[in-house]
Structures are given as structure tokens and as C-alpha cells.
Design a protein around this ligand. Structure first.
Ligand code: ATP
Ligand code: PRP
Ligand code: NIO
Length: 493
């Protein structure tokens, strides 16, 4: 189900107020239809990682396809007053909004692609008023889903092929956070969610065990297990740690034997506290000795990729991982920090004027142009990404320059294959892209992560994947920086 259907309202006002005040400014100053190019990108891989998995495009597409102000939206805007009690948004502008239709060109990197700092995930070209209004909603969609998809990919990588289930709704950033996180976590590789609404909306498989309250609501732990086994003779996973974990495992085994005698079969047990390495090893021994080799051991309790890795190193016998809080809240880095920057403005019908935002730090200076990302491969392995401006032809051998350290360069010879990552999504406001299914996106993500050499995937000090600016683009950017710095220093307009 699409984003607008989920919210059941027009999303035209899902933006910051300043986008609307600027929009009125563009309209008033006759600039509303001036063609602009903006790029959405981030500056640092999250979680101190070596890669990022992009996600959220399908929701972004839905937002753009349904872009438009309803009478209710316009009435709300018309009711707003400025600091002197005057009408904030004037009637002519409101009429402009009523008639506004999405007419931009959009290119984007497909969901489930491995991406790196400074690369535009999305490029939008069209009337500046439209591009401006869309800054905030595009960022809120792509930033969060990209962040959670990346976290999920790391967790799934640490689990080394074990099943990972997303258990996070109760700790998510509100209901909408929980829903988007479930979608993004699935893209990152989790096999199922406990979130029933996400299951229904996105056809994500749903899975679950039972809570401590189930055990506590019976006189005895074994009664609770028996009762649950009666109700779900083939689909029970018993939570065994309410009182004493290993005693709980023994009771689970006794009940599982009775279930088996009656034609049922216990699916698994869940450990949710204590030393998960020790307890899972001991539980595995007890289960195997009783002939329950196939009963799974599910581990949960504030887990993340680092704990899973550590538990694996300790020989934990956990084969299914339930991951909640740390996954859906992206606990150790709760925001991606993606930005959306103006990169070019059409001066007249012919020429683009390149734009950039200056900063004291080179890393924060945006890149001007109409950007595309070319990924080079050798023997099917990605070896570097070159950001170039599309009006500029790139031919091998092609040299790129490190975006933050111009002394570092890399040249790709013509023995490399390449692909351009940004693909057309909208042309003049018309959708030209067919979104893959969520499962196809998940499969793409798994292939993309697998293509990355393990040095980029390790958690501690990963190798830095090379991303650079095509040499001519770099020169142009440097020349603009010098020009703008000089103008700034002499206070010229
Ligand atoms: N063998 C282990 N090595 C490293 N960390 C572990 C190991 N076993 C469990 N942990 C993690 O240690 C943390 C322990 O959590 P905590 O201190 O809250 O104890 P607890 O077992 O959950 O206690 P409680 O009974 O109160 O729930 C959890 O994040 C858990 O995943
Ligand atoms: O630990 P997470 O990765 O967030 O996974 C979800 C947690 O939610 C449940 O706990 P509950 O809400 O009962 O709280 P608890 O942590 O005290 O068991 C469940 O037993 C997991 O421990
Ligand atoms: O099904 C479970 O075991 C579950 C679901 C949500 C949160 N914690 C556990």
C-alpha cells in the first residue's frame, strides 16, 4: 500500500513552513518556473560503516505522483497569519498552489543499491518552486529508510545466513516510524516482521513467539507451554526465561514430547535474558539430547550487529535472531544526515548556471552540475564511483579526484565496465519507472552487499570505497569556490 493511502490525506503540506514561504517568494518574484536542479545525498556512511543501502524510493515516487494541494490544504494556508496579524499567504499564490501540477524530471538510484557518501541518490530538475517544496518530504522518506535498511543489512550480515526477524514496533519512533522501518528492514534482509500492519501493507512475512505475560498468566510455566502448544501445535515457540532459563528449557522439552505424541511439533524456544551464549549452548545440548535437534533457538534482548557478531564468536547456538529497538531506531546513529542542495539554475532558455554552497570545510561544499554517478567494475566487482555532470561527456581513461582531498586521484582505463546508477523515474512529471516488488528490492540489496569486498563490510574501520569527482567537474567546482570566496571577501553582490 502506498504512502498516501497509508496516511489517507494529501501530503502537500508534509513539508517545512519555510519551503512554502520561499515558494511564495519565488512566485511573487516571477521565479516560480525557473528551472533548477537539486541533488539529495549524504556525507558520511552511517554506523561508521563502509557502505549504505538506499531505500525509500517507492514512497518518494508515490509522494510525487500524488503531489497537489487540496482545497483543505489551501484553506489551511489561507488561514495563517503573519506577525502583524496580516494574511501570510496571499490569494494569487494560493491560486497558483491550487493549479500546481508536478512537472519535474527525476532520476534516482534504485532501492537496494549500495551507495556511498556524496553520491546523489536522487536528482530533481524542474520549476524551482516545485523542487523547493519537495526538499523536506523527500529527505524524510529517503533519510530514514536508507538508514534502517543499512542497519538491517549490517545485522543480517552479522547473522551469517541465520534468519533475522524485526521485532521493533514497540520501540520505534511512533507508528509511522514503525511502518517505514519494517519496510526498510525487509529491504536490508530481515526475513519477517512482528508488525502485523506492515505485514498486511507490504506482504512482508509475519512471525512471532509469545510474551512473558503468557507464562505469568498461568500458575505454572509448563501449563503455559502446554496451553500454547494446544492452540498452536505446529507453530509454537516457547519463551523459556521467565523464571529460570535452563529449567524453562526442560519444561519446554517435556511439553514438546507430549505435543509430538499428539502429532504436533515444537518449532522453537526463545531466550530473552541472561548470557545468551552460555544459555543457548546449554539449551542446544538439552534439546538435542531429547531428540529435538530441529527445534530452533531464537535469541532476543537488545541485540545489534556487534552483539550478534560477539555471540557468534562465543559459539552461541542461536539460529534465529529477533531484533527490535536497535534496528528500527538505528540506535547508535538515529539520523542519516542526508541533504538536498541546489546545484544548477537555468539563466535563460539555453544556459545552466552552476551553483554551490560554500563552507569553511571542503567536505561540506556542495557539488554543482547536473550530476550522475558512474560505477566502474573489474571482474564484476565495483572498484570506484565517479560523480560527473551529465552535460560533460566522460570517456576512458577517465580520472576522478577525491572530493575532499584533491591530491588523491584514480583513473579508470577502458578495460573496466561501468553502469550509471541514476535511472529515469519521472519525465516532465510523468512516471516512467516501474518499481520492483519489495522482495525483488530485497534480493537486489543482498546481491549488492555480496558484491562488496568484505573489507568494505567489516564493522571496525572498514576500507573506504573510492568515490570521486570527474576531473573536469572537480576543476569547475574549484574555480567556482575560488570565485565565490573572492566575491564573498570583497562583499560584492
Ligand atoms: N554472552 C554475551 N555476550 C555479550 N553480551 C551478551 C551476552 N549475553 C547477553 N548479552 C547482552 O547483554 C545485555 C544484557 O542485558 P541486561 O543487563 O539487561 O541483562 P538481562 O539478561 O536482560 O537481564 P534481565 O533479566 O533484567 O532482563 C543484552 O543486550 C544482551 O543481549
Ligand atoms: O530487545 P529488542 O531488540 O528491542 O527486541 C524486542 C524486545 O521486546 C520484548 O521485550 P519487552 O518489551 O517485554 O521488554 P524486555 O526487554 O524487558 O523483555 C522482547 O522480549 C524483546 O526483548
Ligand atoms: O514475537 C515475539 O517474540 C516478539 C514480538 C515483538 C517484540 N518482542 C518479541
Amino acid at each position: 500500500m502506498s504512502l498516501t493511502q497509508r496516511f489517507r490525506t494529501s501530503l502537500a503540506l508534509l513539508t517545512d513552513m519555510y519551503q512554502l514561504t520561499m515558494a511564495q517568494g519565488y512566485w511573487k518574484k516571477g521565479m516560480a518556473d525557473q528551472e533548477a536542479v537539486f541533488h539529495l545525498y549524504f556525507r558520511k556512511n552511517p554506523f561508521k560503516g563502509g557502505y549504505t543501502l538506499c531505500a525509500g524510493l517507492e514512497d518518494a515516487i508515490d509522494l510525487l505522483q500524488n503531489f497537489g494541494f487540496t482545497e483543505e490544504d489551501v484553506a489551511y494556508l489561507g488561514s495563517l497569519k503573519g506577525s502583524q496579524g496580516q494574511v501570510l499567504f496571499e490569494e494569487g499564490f494560493l491560486q497558483h498552489l491550487r493549479e500546481l501540477q508536478f512537472t519535474c524530471d527525476v532520476e534516482a538510484i534504485p532501492e537496494g543499491t549500495a551507495v556511498f557518501p556524496n553520491e546523489p541518490l536522487l536528482r530533481i530538475k524542474g520549476p524551482i518552486l516545485q523542487c523547493q517544496l519537495l526538499e523536506t518530504p523527500l529527505l524524510t522518506i529517503l533519510n530514514f529508510q536508507t538508514l534502517v535498511a543499512t542497519k538491517a543489512a549490517r545485522v543480517v550480515d552479522a547473522a551469517q545466513g541465520d534468519t533475522v526477524i524485526e521485532f521493533g514496533m514497540r520501540r520505534a519512533q511512533g507508528p509511522d516510524g514503525a511502518i517505514s522501518a519494517a519496510r526498510a528492514a525487509f529491504i536490508g534482509g530481515v526475513k519477517a516482521t512482528s508488525n502485523m500492519l506492515a505485514g498486511k501493507l507490504f506482504a512482508i512475512p509475519v512471525k512471532g513467539t509469545h510474551a512473558h505475560s503468557w507464562v505469568m498468566s498461568f500458575e505454572r510455566e509448563s501449563e503455559a507451554f502446554s496451553a500454547y502448544g494446544d492452540v498452536f501445535p505446529h507453530d509454537s515457540v516457547f519463551l523459556v526465561d521467565t523464571y529460570n532459563t535452563l529449567e524453562g528449557v526442560k519444561k519446554a522439552i517435556a511439553v514438546a514430547s507430549k505435543m509430538r505424541a499428539q502429532g504436533g511439533e515444537l518449532r522453537g524456544i526463545r531466550l530473552d535474558s541472561g548470557d545468551l551464549a552460555y544459555l543457548s549452548i546449554e539449551a542446544r545440548k538439552l534439546l538435542d539430547a531429547a531428540g529435538f535437534e530441529k527445534v530452533a533457538i531464537l535469541g532476543s534482548n537488545d541485540l545489534d550487529e556487534h552483539l550478534i557478531q560477539s555471540l557468534k564468536q562465543q559459539g552461541a547456538k542461536i539460529d534465529t535472531w529477533g531484533i527490535g529497538t536497535k534496528l528500527v531506531t538505528a540506535y547508535d546513529q538515529p539520523a542519516l544526515g542526508g541533504v538536498y542542495k541546489l546545484a544548477a539554475l537555468k539563466k535563460d532558455d539555453q544556459d545552466w548556471e552552476y551553483k554551490l554552497k560554500l563552507s569553511e570545510q571542503l567536505v561540506k561544499i556542495s557539488t554543482p552540475g547536473i550530476l550522475q554517478v558512474r560505477r566502474f567494475y573489474r571482474n564484476n566487482s565495483p572498484i570506484g564511483d565517479m560523480i560527473f555532470s551529465e552535460p560533460q561527456q566522460v570517456q576512458a581513461p577517465a580520472t576522478m579526484v577525491h572530493p575532499n582531498d584533491p591530491t588523491q586521484r584514480k583513473t579508470f582505463q577502458d578495460d573496466c565496465t561501468f553502469e550509471d546508477l541514476l535511472v529515469p523515474v519521472f519525465q516532465k512529471g510523468k512516471l516512467t519507472y516501474t518499481s520492483p516488488s519489495l522482495l525483488e528490492i530485497q534480493e537486489r540489496a543482498a546481491r549488492q552487499v555480496a558484491l562488496l569486498h568484505e573489507t568494505y563490510r567489516r564493522f571496525l574501520n572498514p576500507h573506504i570505497y573510492k568515490v570521486g569527482l570527474e576531473a573536469q567537474l572537480h576543476e569547475k567546482k574549484m574555480a567556482l569556490i575560488v570565485k565565490f570566496r573572492e566575491e564573498g571577501a570583497s562583499h560584492k553582490d
